[in-house]
Design a protein around this ligand. Structure first.
Ligand code: XIL
Length: 346
């Protein structure tokens, strides 16, 4: 009897290591609480409105949200001077009711621009000076509208090419390289408390893109431009190696005094789905979370849609799919379980 009691007393007296939580998290919201990072999802507004199961799971699991499309320029100003905020408002209102923080996505991009803007620039009816004031008004109007309601804005998205040159977007070719500094300054003026991010894909591993983006940020900082964070989209695929250096890359950006975030994580695969592929996918998801947790400045991990029912992947990558944490019927996949199992070093 006695040795048993002693053994029991020893077990009870042994302090838990700092990272060990008595109970494994029951869902992503609890995981976010326990690890201290924000876990988010991109949101399909039509689904949020029409599908009660989609809404329920989104609001149960996620403490951070990004509009997948609803805050892009073509969504908010489809005709010049005609603003359509209903979808973006729906996201922001739902977030407030469900204690979710919001990432604003995105102010300056070369895609999903309204036709009036691209054609006006192409046919010369919108000159460069006018284009600059259109951009300033767009940023000011949108950021002001959600002032105090957006934790972080993706101010500029995908401004660097794969080869490390600056993207030849209409912004660069018509306004010159200063458009980036201008965009951050206008955004800061419109909402001084929102964190202002630069966001890009393949920034997890692509050396020329990484070096140019770091140099760009240093240059902006030297000019006193307000920039607070760097977002790594994180569109991964299991047919490619996991970007094994990602945590180090995050640390380099953090070394400039920036917050870093995983802003659009998904892990696609060539179809058909097999249990082996799902197991590999699960490792990619848990490694991404582990990498974020290993970098003190990483405060957010957002997935680009949480269910295969609403994922951009099948429409954009032929023959690929199943990129999300939950399947079409909202059942958790191994990737979901693998996130809950990640041990936080924090
Ligand atoms: C994608 C959306 O998911 C699609 O619905 C839309 O048709 C195209 O854009 N990088 C980004 C996101 O910054 O805005 C993109 O979202 C995916 C790639």
């Amino acid at each position: 009897m006695k040795p048993l009691i002693i053994a029991l007393a020893l077990i009870l007296a042994t302090p838990l290591p700092a990272y060990a939580h008595p109970r494994p998290p029951r869902d992503l919201r609890q995981l976010a609480q326990q690890t201290g990072i924000k876990i988010g999802s991109a949101v399909d507004i039509a689904a949020l409105r029409a599908e009660s199961d989609y809404r329920k799971v989104l609001n149960r699991e996620f403490s951070h949200v990004t509009a997948e499309n609803a805050m892009k320029w073509e969504s908010v100003e489809p005709q010049r001077g005609t603003f359509t905020w209903a979808d973006a408002d729906t996201l922001v209102d739902n977030a407030r009711r469900n204690h979710q923080q919001v990432r604003g996505h995105t102010l300056v991009w070369h895609n999903q621009l309204p036709a009036w803007l691209t054609t006006g620039v192409a046919d010369g009816t919108i000159g460069n000076a006018e284009l600059r004031s259109i951009l300033r008004d767009h940023i000011t109007t949108q950021v002001r509208r959600y002032k105090g309601k957006i934790r972080a804005w993706d101010v500029v998205n995908e401004v660097v090419e794969e080869d490390g040159t600056m993207r030849q977007s209409i912004w660069l070719t018509h306004l010159g390289p200063g458009y980036i500094a201008d965009a951050f300054r206008w955004a800061r003026r419109a909402d001084p408390h929102a964190k202002l991010f630069i966001n890009d894909y393949n920034l997890e591993w692509n050396a020329p893109k990484i070096e140019t983006t770091l140099a760009l940020i240093k240059d902006l900082q030297a000019q006193g431009v307000p920039i607070d964070g760097a977002g790594f989209q994180g569109h991964l695929g299991i047919q490619y190696d996991y970007p094994g250096d990602w945590a180090n890359v995050m640390r380099r950006f953090a070394g400039l005094g920036l917050e870093v975030a995983v802003t659009e994580l998904d892990v696609r695969m060539e179809l058909p789905v097999t249990p082996e592929k799902l197991a590999t996918q699960a490792q990619y998801y848990s490694r991404a979370l582990t990498d974020c947790l290993s970098v003190k400045a990483c405060h957010e991990l957002t997935v680009w849609g949480y269910t295969d029912r609403h994922s951009w992947v099948p429409g954009w990558f032929e023959g690929q799919g199943s990129a999300c944490l939950l399947d079409e019927s909202l059942a958790p996949k191994p990737a979901y379980q693998s996130l809950l199992a990640v041990k936080s070093p924090r």
